[in-house]
Design a binder for this molecule. Structure first.
Ligand code: ASP
Ligand code: MG
Length: 397
């Protein structure tokens, strides 16, 4: 008998018919002689609706209260059939800490879940939530049901962890953009992490970090069919044979460039400090000294944070002196090439940038990690950029 954790995302439980389909799947898995813990998201759109309601009452809803409200979204899916017992995050023994609306998991005490499993029940566990040591309901950040599922799989030492969604797995690129994108059979945690945090919306990136830390092997697959999905696991030596595993697209990016900064110690700390205080999520950071002795610095960020960034920078700019100027540009997008094979193959950048140049695509800021090359392009060029690079690396073959 195996213990299987199955997570169903918002779209998999988005309609009554789909909920019935999920119930059927869970019962089938149980009938095959397995213990099943199903972790569920709220029906798609419900969390956004709850947040919208809270905002109608108050422009800046109290986050503690918002957590109590949002947590009800995942609790709507009780009664998935006989022998199915529903659990809230608190009942599942998930304790959390940190800020409301973006809590972190402190511990999972699986005693109660184990008791009900041993009695032959199927568990339906509300994702996205836990409870602080004090007893306050806390949610785990948007997309947090993924984290619930991975953490529960780790705590119960599950044999299998399946993340059900509305696509067949992780693709070499978004198939809506690149027609011949292929489903990836296996990828490493690090590759999945780079793809998840660079725009592939398949999974919450924190949940992938957690899976890596606790060695939880999981499969991303489609709740609407029986196709095998994508397995995400620790890397194996043969994985390095493939140079690029996948390409991610991240739209809605913006850039801020500050020029004329006097080259004195401490200006970066000042600038980044102000942006950090405003909780701006910076991505790429670049600085260089121009021949005139002044420094120019650029950052990228999601474009919806641009206004807040400009406001946060105003006092710093004044403090840095009259030569300083701020330029901003929205309407950018980031293309990321990801693959652990990059570590042992050279010329990856050259191939990618040749393909982009041949397609007459202007490229901007570049950032790299050991297993990623990312480049900013105009948002209007991003789809073509993805297609030509996908082709250059033969990913559709
Ligand atoms: N319902 C929550 C959200 O929309 C959590 C999740 O779906 O994973 O973010
Ligand atoms: Mg999700």
């Amino acid at each position: 008998m195996a213990l299987i954790v199955q997570k169903f995302g918002g779209s998999s439980v988005g309609t009554i018919d789909r909920i019935r389909n999920v119930a059927r799947r869970i019962h089938e898995t149980a009938r095959e002689g397995n213990q099943v813990v199903a972790v569920v998201s709220a029906m798609s759109g419900v969390t956004d609706k709850l947040i919208g309601l809270a905002r109608e009452l108050s422009e800046t809803p109290c986050e503690r209260e918002l957590d109590v409200l949002m947590a009800t979204g995942e609790q709507a899916l009780h009664e998935l059939g006989e022998k199915a017992v529903s659990f809230t995050g608190a009942q599942a023994g998930i304790t959390t800490f940190g800020s409301h609306t973006r809590g972190r998991i402190h511990n999972i005490d699986p005693t109660l879940m184990n008791k009900y499993l041993l009695e032959g029940n199927i568990l339906i566990c509300a994702g996205f939530q836990g409870v602080t040591e004090e007893g306050m309901v806390q949610t785990l950040g948007r997309g947090g049901s993924d984290l619930s599922a991975i953490a529960i799989a780790a705590a119960l030492k599950a044999d299998v962890c399946q993340i059900f969604t509305d696509v067949d797995g992780v693709y070499t690129c978004d198939p809506r953009v690149v027609k011949d994108a292929k489903k990836i059979q296996t990828l490493s945690y690090d590759e999945m992490l780079e793809m998840a945090s660079n725009g592939s919306k398949v999974m919450q990136s924190r949940s992938v970090e957690f899976a890596k830390k606790f060695g939880v092997v999981f499969e991303v697959r489609n709740s609407m069919n029986n196709n095998p999905g994508t397995i995400v696991q620790e890397e194996t030596p043969s994985m390095e044979a493939v140079v690029i595993r996948g390409i991610s697209i991240d739209r809605n990016q913006a850039r801020v460039t500050i020029t004329g900064i006097p080259d004195q110690i401490g200006y970066t700390a000042q600038i980044l400090g102000a942006l950090a205080e405003a909780e701006i999520n910076l991505d790429m950071i670049l600085a260089n000294t121009a021949h005139d002795g002044y420094v120019r610095q650029s950052f990228t960020m999601p474009s919806n944070e641009l206004g807040r960034a400009q406001a946060a920078l105003k006092p710093v700019m004044a403090a840095l002196g009259s030569t300083v100027k701020v330029e901003t540009e929205a309407g950018l997008a980031k293309l990321s090439l990801v693959g652990i094979g990059m570590r042992s193959h050279s010329g990856v950048g050259a191939t990618a940038f040749k393909a982009l140049a041949d397609a007459n695509i202007k490229t901007g800021m570049i950032s790299t990690s050991e297993i990623k090359i990312a480049v900013m392009v105009d948002e209007s060029d991003i789809e073509e950029a993805a297609r030509v690079v996908h082709k250059a690396f033969n990913l559709g073959a």
